[in-house]
Design a protein around this ligand. Structure first.
Ligand code: GLA
Length: 402
């Protein structure tokens, strides 16, 4: 009798729980995307609206030939201006002159090289360059992107008038997931509605935290027409201070794409720009012409030791840990317990900068091995602190391993 009751109890348990387990909603297709910051290339910073099938294909070729792919760059992203109109069924239409074989052909080519394909649209009625936006067509566009083989969507915020940012980005994420294809969602809202507070919750994989980057070193300036504001590298990093706790695997602060190699900064400044973006766990989206890079630019973009800091599996964003006038120390905890450290000199002359172990979260008496990520040299062991001479606008980037 007892045995019978026990069997009955087990039977009812199974009846109750098995359907509950089966009914669990499965993870969305985007569940495990961008577990480390996305790496790739985007057309905007160098080419703006001058995009075409030929240019994009040759850039994908160059990404492979230059060693960028081997260094970890994978997304080839077409920014604004690929689209011209909607057809009679409201399907988005690519520029037939510039993309004569259509977007799927471009995606197929990119995929044939083992790379991934990104496009751009906008949550409002029009993109920032005045092309048709996604408003009211989110599900239709998502299906179209999936059919083209799109892996990454940058979704801008121009002409969004009274739309709610969080709701708008939740809507496009739901639409992308409903397509069944895993598509990285890059929220390009410029930080206005503090996307770090809700970007993760709505399934955004990265969110812009500032206005557009300009290819220059300095701080924030008004535009010539008096409106706010043009950002150089320094004003962008200042705006990142305090945002570090919002970043993590699958969801990153995005201080905008790289300008390395576009001509507005010195190589010293480009090295600093790249080092800081790596330490900030920023998406590393190159924005230069990969087909004719100078060796110095190539060596910056493909520095594997610096990229390893960016791609560290712990997924911590680095932060400013010390500041004295123009001299700063930035640090990022890595998975093995060591720290990546940047000594940054914003000033006009060479200066000595010191990283104190206490600022890195280590006791003073710890002995730690120091390795230079730009000279690729071991610098021996230090206790308490490490000091180095840092060029004007330059960095010294090291790892400190107890
Ligand atoms: C906005 C974005 C840029 C770029 C342009 C395209 O300014 O922030 O990154 O996509 O639009 O028009």
């Amino acid at each position: 009798m007892k045995m019978m009751r026990a069997l009955l109890a087990i039977f009812f348990c199974i009846l109750l729980f098995v359907p509950a387990v089966i009914a669990q909603p499965s993870a969305p297709p985007s569940a495990n995307l961008a577990l480390t910051p996305p790496m790739g290339w985007n057309s905007w910073n160098k080419f703006a609206c001058n995009v075409s099938e030929d240019m994009i294909k040759s850039m994908a070729d160059a990404m492979v030939k230059s060693g960028m792919k081997d260094a970890g760059y994978v997304y080839v992203n077409i920014d604004d201006c690929w689209q011209v109109s909607r057809d009679a069924n409201a399907n988005i239409v690519a520029d037939p002159q510039r993309f004569p074989h259509g977007m799927k052909a471009v995606g197929d080519y990119i995929h044939s090289l083992g790379l991934k394909f990104g496009v751009y649209s906008d949550a409002g009625s029009k993109t920032c360059a005045g092309r048709p936006g996604g408003l009211g067509h989110e599900y239709q566009d998502a299906l179209q992107y999936a059919a083209w083989g799109v892996d990454y969507l940058k979704y801008d915020w121009c002409n969004a008038t009274t739309q709610d940012a969080k709701a708008s980005y939740a809507n496009i994420r739901a639409a992308l997931d409903a397509s069944g294809r895993p598509i990285v969602l890059s929220i390009c809202e410029w930080g206005t509605a503090k996307p770090w507070l809700w970007g993760k919750e709505v399934g955004g994989n990265l969110w812009r935290s500032t206005g557009d980057i300009q290819d220059r070193w300095g701080g924030q300036q008004k535009w010539p027409d008096g409106t706010c504001c043009s950002n150089g590298v320094l004003s962008i990093i200042d705006q990142e201070v305090g945002l570090q706790s919002y970043a993590g695997p699958g969801h990153w602060n995005d201080p905008d794409m790289l300008e390395v190699g576009n001509g507005g900064m010195t190589d010293v400044e480009y090295r600093s720009h790249f080092s800081l973006w790596a330490l900030l766990a920023a998406p590393l989206i190159a924005g230069n012409d990969l087909r004719d890079m100078r060796p110095e630019i190539h060596d910056i973009l493909t520095n594997k030791e610096v990229i390893a800091v960016n791609q560290d599996a712990l997924g911590r964003e680095g932060e400013r840990v010390a500041k004295s006038g123009d001299l700063e120390v930035w640090a990022k905890q890595l998975k093995d317990g060591s720290r990546a450290v940047i000594l940054l000199n914003r000033g006009a002359t060479e200066q000595s900068i010191t990283a104190n172990w206490e600022d890195l979260g280590y006791p003073n008496n710890v002995s730690a091995a120091v390795h230079d990520l730009w000279s690729h040299k071991d610098l021996g062991k230090s206790t308490e602190k490490f000091s180095a001479a840092v060029a004007s606008h330059g960095v010294v980037m090291i790892t400190v391993k107890p």
